[in-house]
Design a protein around this ligand. Structure first.
Ligand code: GLA
Length: 514
């Protein structure tokens, strides 16, 4: 009996403990759970990621283009953007409104594991109120980049996975590879350098970029110029700090550190402003004015993917160049689709104000040497900025020879800056013509097809007129700009066999600079 009472008592105590434990578990779950609301993932190795979570029972999900779905089970949060090998996942043990979390992204060579913090934030932090934009006006020409800028940018090769040492290495290689001598000048640090703001609101570099001024000094010591990257929105595309509401302070910081070029990327500004001409121009003018106020010569590169026909107003907002398209990828389809689509707007560029069909992929490995020669030739014919996007420290001789071809670069940099014209198109063969200074003419025979093609044009179709060495007064040779040799011309027609996805670039000898 005694024993029975004892066991009854212990049963009661055990039950009470169990009840207590489970109710405290419930309470704990209750306090952790409703994860519904806005959360910020931050880590020293990446930019910010804002998540709008919705919890129903154990199920947790986000909205958006690539939604995350998952569970909160026994305090453990697991979210994934799918079940495939490219899924992004978040894992955390949920504890209150701020706790350690791990994000794993699979994004080709740019993926990785970021260990950081998930923290509940207000709607206001995610959607800051709209600040007024200036009245639209024409900013004065800053007089820079009379020929299309030439340089290197980190994005195509590294995305945001690079650091100060990578940039210094690129400056060294730009000089040692002969690229600097060939005309490349700007080393541009794209997304991934910024962290946040200090107590005084000054934008700061992150752990990978501890001293942005020292980096600029280093690049300058190599005889080169340096570029930096920000956004009219609160964050740049990958979540690092942007310039929203701090335009003047940031322009001044960039100037004080010694930067010579700013790429200003729309990104999260789309959550604040409309994608209308007026808002786009206003937001870009705001930074244009801020740059002007610093009195430092800073090349202003607009990056809003061509929205609102930027080529019609980019110069007014102080822009020296403006992206005309979405992002290029390192493959033939992407490059040729972007490149040939530019022919419609070539008349909108002028000295100091260039159309930018995005940076070069030459040397990144996704195209053949013929395709890269087409890429480089087409960009030169378009008078596009020549901003290399490969690893200059490890490039092959073939890549170097493409990027430093002086005769193709001379076409891009020709001082007359006359636009390219489409002379003829037949199936997948296109002949492009560009008048150059000194009455010379560059002609590109492009084969967009998958098989070798014979491409021809009649000399008289060029309407070259008198004194040009052609058109009734045809000279004996033209110059092949990839073979670097003079080739004889016979008859009324010029014909070349052009490899698949390849190009033959020639230039009339009259006025040619050697
Ligand atoms: C956009 C731009 C790219 C690059 C990335 C960085 O996609 O178009 O050139 O700057 O942002 O996130």
């Amino acid at each position: 009996m005694k024993i029975t009472r004892l066991s009854l008592l212990s049963t009661i105590i055990a039950c009470a403990l169990l009840l207590c434990a489970s109710s405290s578990a419930l309470a704990q779950t209750g306090s952790q759970t409703d994860m519904t609301g806005y959360w910020k993932f931050s880590s020293p190795t990446s930019g910010l990621d804002y998540l709008q979570l919705k919890q129903t029972g154990e199920a947790v999900s986000t909205a958006g283009r690539r939604p995350l779905t998952g569970t909160l089970l026994a305090g453990k949060l697991h979210l994934a953007s799918g079940t495939d090998a490219n899924a992004t996942t978040y894992d955390a043990v949920v504890k209150g409104d701020k706790f350690p979390a791990t994000r794993v992204t699979h994004d080709g060579p740019w993926g990785g594991t970021d260990v950081g913090t998930l923290e509940r934030v207000t709607d206001q932090e995610v959607h800051p109120a709209r600040l007024p934009l200036p009245d639209l006006r024409d900013l004065p020409d800053n007089g820079l980049v009379r020929t299309p800028p030439m340089g290197w940018n980190s994005w195509n090769k590294f995305h945001d996975r690079f650091d100060d040492a990578t940039v210094r290495g690129m400056a060294d290689a730009m000089v040692s590879s002969g690229m600097a001598k060939a005309g490349y000048t700007y080393i541009i640090v794209d997304e991934g350098w910024s962290s946040g703001r200090d107590a005084n609101g000054k934008i700061t570099g992150n752990a990978r970029f501890p001293d942005m001024k020292a980096l600029a000094d280093y690049v300058h010591s190599k005889g080169l110029k340096i570029g930096i990257y920000s956004s009219p929105g609160p964050q740049v595309c990958g979540g690092y700090q942007g310039s929203y509401g701090h335009e003047e302070e940031d322009a001044q910081a960039f100037a004080d550190w010694g930067y010579d070029y700013l790429k200003y990327d729309w990104c999260s500004a789309g959550g604040i402003y409309q994608s209308t001409w007026a808002d786009l121009e206003g937001a870009y003018q705001k930074m244009g004015e801020a740059l002007e106020k610093t009195r430092r010569p800073i090349v202003y590169s607009l990056c809003e993917y061509g929205a609102g026909d930027v080529w019609k107003w980019g110069a007014k907002s102080g822009g020296n160049l403006w992206r005309t398209t979405g992002d290029i990828s390192d493959n033939w389809q992407s490059m040729q689709r972007i490149g040939f689509a530019q022919l419609d707007i070539v008349n909108n560029a002028q000295a100091g104000h260039w159309n930018d069909p995005d940076m070069l992929e030459v040397g990144n490995g996704g195209m053949t040497a013929d395709e890269y020669r087409t890429h480089f030739s087409l960009w030169a014919m378009l008078r596009a900025p020549l901003i290399a996007g490969n690893d200059l420290r490890t490039m092959t001789d073939e890549t170097t020879s493409i990027l430093t071809n002086p005769e193709i670069i001379a076409i891009d940099q020709d001082l007359e800056a006359k636009p390219v014209q489409l002379l003829s198109q037949e199936g997948t063969s296109e002949v492009l013509v560009r008048p150059l200074s000194g009455s010379a003419v560059a002609i590109g025979l492009f084969n967009r097809g998958d098989k070798p093609a014979e491409i021809s044009f009649r000399w008289d179709s060029l309407h070259l007129g008198q004194g040009l060495g052609f058109g009734g007064m045809r000279g004996p040779t033209v110059r092949d700009l990839w073979k670097h040799e003079d080739i004889p011309t016979t008859g009324d027609t010029f014909t070349a066999t052009v490899p698949p996805h390849g190009v033959v670039m020639i230039q009339t000898t009259s006025g040619r600079r050697r």
